[in-house]
Design a protein around this ligand. Structure first.
Ligand code: WTA
Length: 577
């Protein structure tokens, strides 16, 4: 297929409706997207160039690239402005010796500086590691230590949580506030001192490392999922097909760039498509979110079921606002039909579910804007993706039969590697199939229905939480002898983290102790890893042979030894907001 035909597939030109989805899927090849990128002609690759500089060169420098809102504060940045800033910050890093492939970590709140820092690092060929702003000391340490980060960009406040003295590879720290700091250099000050010259963009190979996101599995510590610049091919195309981005759209992805949704679809997909993005600072607040939607004129909105469910509870506020929304999408956790119905009734739009993972780099299974939605289904594979439901041996199962959701290897945004862990990388594959770890079934029209996980991974508010990390943290507390952690179904959050604990000798179950243990996990790891419920048991159910904790039995509430003398019958939740 030639360029002309590739662009003929664009959304809005009639190519992507249900009637020809099968047809397009049959003939589509990712190579046909390549001519849309400058590197196809020049052989010079860089994601930051494609997201920003290219638009300035094409005459869109004055277009608004970013609208930032925090409370009533609003600020905008044009593509020219972002080019200037990423050039300055990039030059600064380069002039201080940061090289291609170095790991530059960005620990900043949802603020324009975070977006500038991420793209500046990518521009000079570094591998950027964005960190979620709510991470605490040990979550930060695990990530930065594992991939030997040499540079950190943060602010004065967040720097307090970084265990600098325990990070031997860390050579320089830059803070985005213009203040004196004993160990960090202030970017604003340094930028005033340097005058940018020479080419800032480091031209790389499509397969060179670009961004690393740590993600949880059911065992061990979080793994570093490394993505290469080539992710842009699929992010760009799904930005058109799935997000349906058009020239005048104002697009809001609510995720922080520390999560893959916040980078793939919070930065890259929209900017590759030259859309205006909205960045909202601060915590979730229903009223503020409705205000963001109204005041920035969001037309395309990408969020998660937990957020929608929280907004559902505040539906009575909606009539006070006037929205410009035309397309809504969801990701990260099962989208219940109830939420779709709410969208139709209150926002006059169907919410489109999308499925993918940190490892997959971009959307794979989706509800295309023009296709029929089957509530309860995540949709169908985008063209260029082959998905199947298989058994443990790799054989495809029949329609409606439960099995492993698997994807045929070889899509452009597939992870490059798991950082320093080849074995883990290979463990994802059975033959030609990438095994997602999700359980699902497919109907005869190819729609896929999520049914749960094949392992113990917890999904709370769309965030992946490894039970092992939380259990390891819990047993560091002196009152905890043994711990097992599961996901417990929850109406709003999908699942909550629930911990079963056997107390060490000399400790009594009290509400204060449970609260203390919760705070311990929250302060060391992060708020989302904190068990919202703690139940004290006499003993944990274990396998007889290996003595492994049976999380499944706890989930199903089988063989659970509550003893006879627990304070509240062992079922009293201790919920900390
Ligand atoms: C889950 C987020 C149901 C799934 C982009 C997957 C979903 C994990 C959906 C990846 C969905 C993601 N419906 N479950 N539409 N999307 N998941 O790596 O279990 O943070 O394996 O990537 O979230 O989470 P991750």
């Amino acid at each position: 297929m030639k360029l002309r035909e590739a662009s003929a597939l664009k959304q809005g030109e009639g190519a992507f409706n249900l009637s020809n989805y099968e047809e397009v899927s049959k003939q589509f090849s990712w190579d046909t997207i390549h001519p849309q990128f400058s590197w196809h002609r020049t052989n010079k690759v860089n994601m930051a160039y494609e997201c920003i500089d290219r638009h300035v060169e094409d005459g869109y420098g004055e277009k608004i690239a970013l609208i930032y809102m925090n409370g009533h504060f609003k600020e905008t940045h044009t593509f020219s402005n972002l080019k200037k800033k990423t050039d300055e910050w990039g030059y600064l890093l380069k002039s201080q010796g940061v090289k291609k492939g170095d790991r530059v970590f960005v620990f900043l709140p949802k603020h324009p500086d975070c977006y500038i820092a991420v793209l500046a690092a990518i521009k000079i060929g570094a591998i950027v590691g964005p960190l979620f702003e709510a991470f605490m000391e040990e979550a930060i340490f695990d990530r930065m230590y594992d991939c030997e980060a040499s540079v950190l960009i943060t602010n004065e406040e967040l720097l307090q949580r970084v265990p600098v003295s325990k990070l031997p590879h860390l050579q320089s720290i830059y803070i985005t506030d213009n203040i004196e700091h004993p160990i960090a250099k202030s970017i604003p000050k340094l930028v005033e001192e340097v005058s940018v010259n020479g080419e800032i963009v480091e031209w790389v190979d499509l397969n060179d490392g670009m961004i690393i996101h740590y993600t949880s599995g059911s065992t061990g510590k979080p793994k570093g999922v490394l993505h290469a610049h080539r992710v842009m091919i699929q992010q760009y195309q799904t930005g058109q097909w799935v997000l349906d981005l058009k020239e005048d759209d104002v697009y809001w992805c609510t995720a922080h760039p520390g999560w893959v949704t916040g980078s793939s679809y919070g930065i890259f997909a929209p900017w590759l498509n030259r859309a205006t993005i909205v960045v909202h600072g601060g915590r979730f607040d229903a009223k503020e979110w409705f205000e963001v939607l109204e005041r920035t004129g969001v037309t395309v909105w990408y969020s998660a079921p937990t957020a929608f469910r929280l907004l559902m509870d505040k539906s009575d506020l909606i009539p006070d606002y006037s929205f410009s929304l035309r397309h809504i999408l969801s990701v990260g956790e099962p989208l219940n039909p109830e939420v779709i119905t709410w969208g139709v009734e209150k926002l006059n739009l169907q919410i489109h579910d999308t499925w993918w993972m940190t490892e997959t780099g971009a959307q794979l299974i989706v509800n295309l804007p023009s296709a029929k939605i089957k509530p309860g289904s995540m949709g169908r594979p985008i063209p260029g993706i082959k998905a199947a439901i298989i058994d443990e041996e790799g054989n495809t199962v029949h329609p409606y039969e439960l099995g492993l959701l698997a994807i045929k290897k070889g899509w452009p945004s597939m992870m490059k590697e798991i950082w320093k862990n080849e074995e883990k990388y290979h463990s994802y594959f059975v033959g030609d199939w990438y095994i997602s770890g999700d359980l699902a079934y497919m109907d005869e029209e190819g729609y896929i229905f999520f049914q749960g996980r094949n392992d113990d991974m917890i999904n709370s508010s769309g965030e992946r939480i490894g039970p092992f990390e939380v259990e390891s943290k819990l047993i560091e507390h002196q009152a905890v002898l043994e711990a097992a952690v599961i996901g417990k179904p929850d109406r709003v959050r999908g699942e909550i983290v629930k911990a079963f604990i056997v107390l060490a000798e000399g400790y009594e179950e009290t509400e204060e102790l449970k609260k203390e243990i919760q705070t311990f996990v929250r302060n060391k790891l992060s708020a989302h890893a904190m068990p919202r419920e703690i139940e004290i048991l006499r003993e944990l159910p274990k396998t007889q042979i290996s003595g492994k904790i049976l999380r499944r039995a706890l989930r199903e509430d089988k063989d659970v030894d509550r003893g006879t003398d627990t304070v509240d019958g062992g079922t009293g939740p201790t919920s900390v907001a």
